[in-house]
Ligand binder design. Structure first.
Ligand SMILES: [Zn+2]
Ligand SMILES: [Zn+2]
Length: 134
C-alpha cells in the first residue's frame, strides 16, 4: 500500500492529502525560509505538487505569493493557519509541526528528518547526528 498522509488546518475547514514518500525530509536553514516564514529554520516534509490533493475547503485555501521570490504560502482564510508552502521548484513543503499535530503529537518514522539543508546559511547551530549539507 502506498504511503498516504492527511492533514487539516487548525479549524478543520481545509483538508489535504499527500500520496507517496516525501522527496525531502529534514531541516532547512536557508535564508529564504527564514525570511518568508519567520522561523529560525524550517522542519519539513516535501512532496511534489502532483502528490498533494486538497480534499476539502479548496475555496478557503488562500495563496500568498512572495513579492519577488518563487515561493508561496498557502493558508486557511478561516483560521489563518498555514497548511503548506511552495519553493522555487513548486514543491509542496509541509511543516513537521503540522505533521505532528495531525498525528497525535508524533512524527511518523517515515516522515522523520534525515538531513540539515543549507546549513551554511544557518543562524542556529544544531548538535545532532544528522548529515549537514551546505
Ligand atoms: Zn482553518
Ligand atoms: Zn529553506
Amino acid at each position: 500500500m502506498a504511503e498516504s498522509y492527511s492533514f487539516s488546518c487548525d479549524c478543520g475547514a481545509v483538508e489535504f492529502t499527500v500520496k507517496g514518500a516525501p522527496k525531502v525530509r529534514g531541516f532547512c536553514h536557508c535564508a529564504d525560509c527564514r525570511n518568508f516564514l519567520k522561523v529560525p529554520y524550517h522542519s519539513v516534509d516535501v512532496w511534489e505538487k502532483d502528490q498533494l490533493t486538497v480534499g476539502k475547503g479548496a475555496d478557503r485555501l488562500v495563496e500568498f505569493q512572495h513579492p519577488h521570490k518563487k515561493m508561496k504560502r498557502f493558508f486557511c482564510s478561516e483560521c489563518g493557519d498555514t497548511l503548506f508552502n511552495s519553493n522555487s521548484a513548486d514543491w509542496r513543503v509541509v511543516s513537521q509541526l503540522l505533521v505532528r499535530r495531525n498525528n497525535g503529537g508524533e512524527l511518523p518514522d517515515t516522515l522523520a528528518p534525515q538531513n540539515h539543508f543549507h546549513y551554511g546559511e544557518r543562524i542556529v547551530d544544531i548538535d545532532d547526528d544528522l548529515p549537514k549539507r551546505a
